[in-house]
Design a protein around this ligand. Sequence first.
Ligand code: DAH
Length: 339
Amino acid sequence: MTVDLSQFIASIEHFVGEAGPAFRAAASLDELELVRAKYLGKNQGHLKSLSAELGQLERQHRAAAGAKFNEARVLLEQLYEERKAALRPVAAAAPILDRTMPARESWRGSLHPVSLVVDEICGIFRELGFTIALGPEAETAWYNFGALNFPPDHPAMELHDTLYLEGGGLLRTHTSPVQVRTLQQYAPPIRILAPGNVYRRDFFDSTHSPVFAQIEGLAVDEGISFSDLKATLTHFAHRFYGGSRRTRFGPSYFPFTEPSAEMHVEVDLGDGRGLRWIEIMGCGLVHPAVLEAAGVDGERYTGWAFGMGPARIAQSRHGISDCRVLFDSDVRFLRQFAE
Ligand code: DAH
């Protein structure tokens, strides 16, 4: 049986005339698939039977008929894709609710290891009658240097280069200005701890950062001596590191203390070098010039003070050899300290 060309073209047109509206009318993706199977399906679709008819055309008509056939197929496939795209958002918007899915693990966060150390240190000194005092991070040169007995252009200031602000202010290079502010405001006896951030013109490397935390301590009263300093700080180190930890004091220099010392503890930093001495703070008896600058009678009162870096102390406690991880905010590191 042969098929006539005009008859074939008529059935193609009939086919498109029926299938086109059917694709456009499909109301859901499921319905669209049924329409596709009916018209374009590889097994029983109408297109399949048309392609069979194509084979029965006379040879000289096949090129023209084939072109018509392909045109119809491309058109309908395009209508199918368009309809599918139009229906898809509706399907995607439908919520997929799987009540059997396990809950997502949630981490509510925790205090930073340096904050934990600051809190712990403040807690130990609170037991000894110290209270917390705070001061501004934007300071005047007088509080940061002058009142603390730094002579103008003293080489000690080289270690304290910082950012200078318009109007003569600066970012404080240590928490020691809080000593002066406290002494101006309250009469002795005074016992305070002043935690806070300080700034220096330093590179950011494994042992330095241009901003870091400090804790200042100050005790001023009548009859305070160097043995009070040693006893209190040794007690602190044993509370913090454990009673068997070895500590020692060595001589040092600060313009605002006389005599000045540094305290060392023996720790293992976890860098394979084993136990070694590290400095954990500077300290000393408050220089009478500091008391006088703050309006306190330096004949009647004496005091001792210290300044330490809690980041350093957190490193010594946890065996952290590079301080930069304390600034990275990497949750893989931080969550190890979550309580
Ligand atoms: N302010 C000093 C610094 O940042 C640390 C310090 C040393 C503070 C001795 C003190 C002290 O109160 O007595 O380098």
